[in-house]
Ligand binder design. Structure first.
Ligand SMILES: Nc1ncnc2c1ncn2[C@@H]1O[C@H](COP(=O)(O)OP(=O)(O)O)[C@@H](O)[C@H]1O
Ligand SMILES: [Mg+2]
Length: 280
């Protein structure tokens, strides 16, 4: 599969539409993921019967207060965390029925950008050697662009290549993380609170960058955030999570302007500096 994809991708890193674009990038069907409470030892459902589907090039948001199960859902859905029960199909492949080799081939198709960019980078590795390591792991997949071109795509100057993580600002470090994700030419980018650890002044730029990457590469974007303003500016549709369940889902415009659930209304009302008001 990886060889096939490598041939399809021209220098710009954009996926040419192929038959696989008709298949959703990710389908989650009735997912349940349990955790054990570390203090009480009780098992509880951190994700409780969630279904969602993301098409190629689509941007989908998951919102909800801290602890509502957003990260657990995203990690299980992408095969990176506790698997749980329910069917997950990544590019048409059911994660419960594919072998290890196939899973290894699928892995680079999903790239995750985490909240804490410095925590995601190896402190002993310069940006350049970090890129080199990734290139060594996935030669064909990463050959579409050189390091300078890659940095340009995330609006960083070439001199960043020789810096170590501690020499980068939060915004620069997050751009490096986005560049590392982009290098793999993923079909799905999962961004888990990608700006909540950053200065307010750079948050909007980083979001704009993610949105630009989505629109220029055709990768789908799963954006996790508790910031509704972020979601509204970037995403097509939104799933509102509360205690492990999706309580409301739909296009951003309708969910934000005409929420059907009390929880969504509360979430909107709690939003600082809301530029819109939901109808009641
Ligand atoms: N590995 C884990 N073990 C036990 N409990 C966990 C684990 N990860 C998350 N939780 C708990 O599961 C719930 C959902 O967490 P999480 O998915 O991180 O929510 P969110 O990303 O929305 O803040 C929380 O109550 C959290 O404390
Ligand atoms: Mg989280």
């Amino acid at each position: 599969m990886s060889e096939m994809l490598a041939k399809e991708v021209p220098a710009g890193g954009r996926h040419l539409p192929g038959p696989e674009d008709a298949v959703p990038v990710l389908v989650v069907d009735d997912l349940v993921v349990e955790h054990r409470n570390r203090t009480t030892g009780e098992v509880f459902r951190a994700v409780d019967g969630v279904s969602l589907s993301i098409a190629a090039g689509e941007s989908v948001a998951i919102v909800g207060e801290s602890g509502s199960g957003k990260t657990t859902l995203a990690m299980a859905a992408t095969g990176l965390g506790a698997r749980g029960e329910g069917d997950i199909r990544l590019l048409g492949h059911s994660l419960s029925s594919i072998g290890r080799r196939q899973l290894r081939e699928l892995r680079p198709e999903v790239q995750v950008v985490f909240q804490d960019p410095h925590g995601s980078l190896d402190p002993r590795q310069s940006v350049r050697s970090g890129f080199a390591e990734l290139r060594g792991l996935q030669r064909e997949r990463t050959s579409w662009i050189d390091d300078t071109g890659l940095l340009e795509r995330v609006r960083l100057a070439p001199e960043i290549l020789d810096r170590y993580p501690h020499q980068l600002s939060g915004g620069q470090a997050q751009r490096v993380c986005i560049a590392r994700a982009l290098l793999m030419r993923p079909r799905l980018i999962v961004a888990d609170e990608p700006t909540s650890g950053l200065d307010v002044s750079v948050q909007a730029d980083v979001l704009k960058l993610l949105e630009e990457i989505r629109s220029t590469t055709g990768a789908a974007l799963l954006m996790i955030s508790h910031d509704l303003a972020v979601v509204r500016s970037v995403c097509d549709s939104v799933h509102v999570m509360f205690r492990g369940k999706v309580v409301e889902a739909g296009p951003c415009e309708s969910v934000f302007l005409d929420p059907q659930e009390d929880y969504t209304r509360e979430l909107l009302a709690a939003m600082p500096g809301a530029r819109w008001r939901a109808r009641r």
